[in-house]
Design a protein around this ligand. Structure first.
Ligand code: C3B
Length: 864
């Protein structure tokens, strides 16, 4: 092995082996070491931030040692590995998670059963700090927008927990998703400079540098050959711009496992080449411009969710990341000196949405142009290696690149795409000889005034498996957007893998109170249920046990008070006058990206309806107690970011805040109803918000939400759901039972007809919605100078694409049922809550990753 220490020197190394800390004393020593050396601070100058950094560095040392051992183990066994390519990893904070997953064992056998978190908590306390305050110092690693990015974060956790030899590959954005401020009710975006203080959770691998090229032209040695032959000969890409990708590694510890996997994020930097021509002409400033441009490639995360903008810099990000990652993967493959045909036996690559689809083309280019494999052999390797996950059926989210832009940035890749398309269309024609329509429909190139490359089609053609993320969604892609491909490839290629979430973060970390109650009840001291969630079914037998119901309820009320504290801290407004009455107040929560299809507008219209009814009753002289008989106390919480350029979503935020203002300042409604917009929703806030819900809203237009994952998080924390028959709500209903969820609304199979009716027939709004909409225009109570007219018009006059008017009455009906059960039959409510948690096991991302490993990647765990 290159760079190995010579045998005669090794006993010195072995004698001085670095050990993990496994005791409080050893942790404290490591902590002080880091304060005095790494941080260059001292006993006289150590605040919470320094304590956070010293704790993190100490814990990271342990992780790094296990990371090294994991990599040595995997190298020695040389198993098939999987690489998860995702442009987003919405990790949130790392320290608490690392403490929960901390493995205090040596490298042999079973992981230790010592509670690493307790040990560090004691150490931190001994040293003069409170762990709680120390944890608060950490900024979120917010390198993602929403569901897709958080899914990737849950996945890497489960891969390590299951001892799978898997790495994640992504980008190290200097600015993650923007921080959201609410000013005058409007969203204002501010930059998220999360690397402000040094980041203890990354290991900069400055020695791992991969050059990446852009622009330029293609040169072909034999210019006499016929056009048709060009795929048979390798070509040379003479690039016009070069930058360097530098690796930054984040260790990913598994829970109760010896495995620490790696998440490799690439940062861009200039080459050391320098434009001396410009420099000599005296133009020093401009000779540096290009250098600076290199750094901008990984400067910022594109802040769109379920929407593609088609910007050149975004394509550059994608190629930069795909090229660097593939280079790295191939370098590792080449170490074992196997022939190329064994590549798919050693490597599986999962495309998280179409964002990494360029890696399909890049691998084909490397095999044909650089490794000189014949086209067919190369393509066979490529398709056996890749698989693709689709996360949405929404047209505006499907990636397409203009051929002109693409060809300028990546001229050789464009040629290869044309060739892939040519061979593919030939095969389609052969299989369906008389269907020319089909051939043009499935072409990777969409013809038109501005020709476009359809990335999803390329991803399907370049993969051996394509999966959706919930049963309904996986059926929908086969019958709608990819119908032709389902026909061409048959049913084996299109499969379903229902999403999941990690119970370590979303139960143990977010809700230690509920976790303790569960482990105490199940007599599960080692929290084994976090690995085997089928154990939770044993909770069912306590669903009618009065004593247990009380304990269950106490946890919920405690979490609700924690949310109140957070909201009061963030907004400065007092939400409840009497904390001892929190038990009577229903917490109704909708937190997710703001999007018309997720229908926050329907939720706020529901709030307006409630307000109007309460005011009517009060106006008729009804007492507060009489009102509460029908509209019991409730707080509606909203949270979520809008894409900066998404006008309608921003208007929805403004409407929510306008409604909140009116309602919260109306003294007559105190203790009956409040509406709150929680600013800057992110992962660490979600950990406080989600455990506090009595009810959460998952109310997308049927057929639009591919899966949803927060629905799973709320159920895991004993919250009940109100939702449409959409995404994973369907399977949640199946698992927890239809009595334990409040479903309403039209089904996806009716959506097309309903939309048709709005456009071509006369449809009328329900009276309730009419009344609500009237209150949002002109100088009505929520009119605000007619500011919300576009929201009203889109429903009344523009076809109501998201079918708010079709579902509104049934939504109000479901809400009425919620009120009744929560207030008149609390034990029934608690029973539903317990039965939900008892049956949530299916939605662990451990199950999900096992399905990927067995049905798509064909990989096995590597255990000690
Ligand atoms: C999301 C979907 O909108 C969710 O329904 C789904 O649960 C998650 O992905 C994870 O599968 N999604 C997203 O966050 N961003 C996209 N561009 C597309 C889908």
């Amino acid at each position: 092995i290159d760079n190995a220490i010579p045998l005669q020197a090794r006993n010195i190394w072995n004698k001085n082996k670095v050990e993990k800390f496994t005791t409080v004393d050893a942790f404290e020593k490591r902590f002080i070491d880091h304060v005095e050396t790494t941080l260059a601070r001292s006993i006289y100058n150590c605040d919470d931030l320094a304590a956070y950094q010293a704790t993190s560095n100490s814990v990271r040392d342990n992780l790094t040692l296990d990371l090294n051992k994991t990599q040595q183990r995997q190298t020695a066994r040389d198993p098939k590995r999987c690489y998860y390519l995702s442009l987003e990893f919405l990790m949130g904070r790392a320290l608490d998670n690392a403490l929960i997953n901390l493995n205090l064992n040596d490298d042999k056998g079973e992981p230790s059963s010592t509670d690493g978190r307790k040990l560090v908590e004691k150490g931190v306390h001994d040293l003069g700090f409170k762990l709680e305050d120390v944890l608060e110092q950490e900024p979120d690693a917010a390198l993602g927008n929403g569901g897709l990015g958080r899914l990737a974060a849950c996945f890497v956790d489960s891969m390590a927990t299951g001892d799978y030899p898997c790495w994640g590959y992504g980008l190290r954005y200097q600015y993650g998703i923007f921080a959201q401020k609410i000013i005058n009710g409007y969203q204002v975006e501010t930059p998220d400079y999360w690397l402000n203080y040094s980041n203890p959770w990354e290991i900069e691998r400055s020695e791992i540098q991969v050059p990446v090229s852009f622009y330029g032209y293609v040169s072909r040695s034999d210019s006499d050959s016929k056009e048709d032959d060009r795929t048979l000969r390798p070509s040379e890409w003479i690039a016009g711009e070069r930058v360097i990708a530098v690796a930054y590694d984040m260790p990913i510890p598994g829970f109760k496992s010896n495995t620490v996997n790696n998440l490799r994020l690439w940062g861009s930097k200039p080459t050391t080449e320098f434009d001396f021509a410009k420099f000599n002409r005296g133009d020093y400033q401009n000779s540096l411009v290009e250098q600076q441009r290199a750094e901008s490639i990984t400067a910022v995360l594109y802040p769109n969710d379920n929407f593609e903008q088609g910007k050149e810099l975004r394509l550059k990000q994608q190629y930069f990341w795909c090229s660097a990652s593939l280079h790295d993967i191939i370098r590792r493959f080449k170490k074992s000196r196997r022939p190329w045909c064994e590549f798919p036996d050693q490597v599986a690559i999962q495309l998280n949405d179409t964002h990494p689809t360029l890696s399909v083309v890049e691998l084909q280019r490397i095999l044909v142009d650089l490794e000189h494999l014949p086209w067919g052999e190369a393509w066979d390797i490529v398709t056996k290696t890749f698989s693709y996950t689709n996360h949405t059926v929404m047209q505006e989210a499907l990636e397409k690149w203009p051929v002109s832009l693409f060809g300028r940035l990546l001229p050789r890749h464009l040629e290869i795409i044309y060739d892939i398309n040519w061979f593919f269309l030939q095969s389609v024609e052969k299989k369906f000889p008389h269907d020319m329509d089909l051939v043009s429909r499935v072409s990777i190139i969409e013809e038109g005034k501005d020709r476009q490359i359809r990335m999803a089609y390329l991803a399907i053609i370049g993969s051996h498996k394509v999966n959706g993320v919930a049963e309904l969604h996986s059926e929908l892609i086969k019958t709608t957007i990819f119908k032709d491909f389902a026909k061409i490839y048959g049913n084996d290629k299109f499969i379903n893998v229902t999403n999941g979430i990690t119970p370590r973060r979303w139960l143990r970390q977010a809700n230690p109170e509920l976790s303790s109650l569960i482990s105490e009840t199940l007599k599960d001291k080692g929290d084994e249920y976090l690995l085997d969630m089928s154990r939770l079914t044993k909770l069912s037998k306590y669903a009618e046990d009065k004593k247990f119901l009380k304990k269950w309820d106490d946890v919920k009320q405690k979490k609700k008070l924690q949310l109140i504290d957070l909201v009061e801290k963030l907004t400065g407004h007092k939400l409840v006058s009497d904390r001892s009455k929190i038990h009577d107040v229903l917490f109704d929560i909708q937190v997710k990206r703001i999007h018309e299809y997720k229908r926050q507008q329907m939720n706020i219209f529901g709030c307006i309806w409630r307000y109007l009814q309460i005011k009517k009753m009060l106006g008729e002289g009804k007492t507060i107690e009489e009102v509460k008989e029908i509209y019991p106390a409730k707080i509606s919480f909203f949270g979520g970011k809008s894409a900066p350029g998404y006008y309608m979503a921003k208007l929805i935020i403004k409407l929510i805040n306008t409604v909140a203002d009116v309602i919260n300042n109306d003294k007559s409604l105190d203790d009956i109803f409040k509406v709150v917009f929680i600013p800057d929703y992110n992962v660490s806030k979600a950990e406080i918000i989600i455990p506090a819900s009595d009810l959460s809203e998952h109310i997308s237009t049927a057929g639009t939400e591919a899966s949803g994952t927060s629905n799973m998080k709320f159920v895991m924390n004993g919250g009940l759901l109100i939702g449409t028959v959409d995404g994973a709500n369907v399977e949640i209903t199946r698992e927890i039972g239809e009595d334990n969820i409040f479903l309403f609304g039209n089904l996806s199979e009716n959506v097309e007809e309903l939309r048709f009716n709005h456009r071509f027939r006369k449809t009328s709004l329900p009276e309730s919605l009419n009344e609500v909409l009237k209150s949002c225009v002109g100088d009505a109570v929520f009119g605000n100078n007619d500011e919300f007219r576009p929201l009203v018009d889109s429903i009344k006059y523009q076809g109501d694409y998201y079918l708010v008017s079709d579902d509104f009455e049934s939504y109000l009906g479901a809400q009425k049922l919620v009120d009744e059960i929560y207030h008149n039959n609390r034990n029934e409510w608690l029973k539903k809550s317990i039965l939900s948690v008892a049956n949530v096991g299916f939605f662990s991302s451990d199950r999900c990753i096992q399905e990927y490993a067995e049905t798509i990647w064909n990989i096995e765990p590597v255990k000690v």
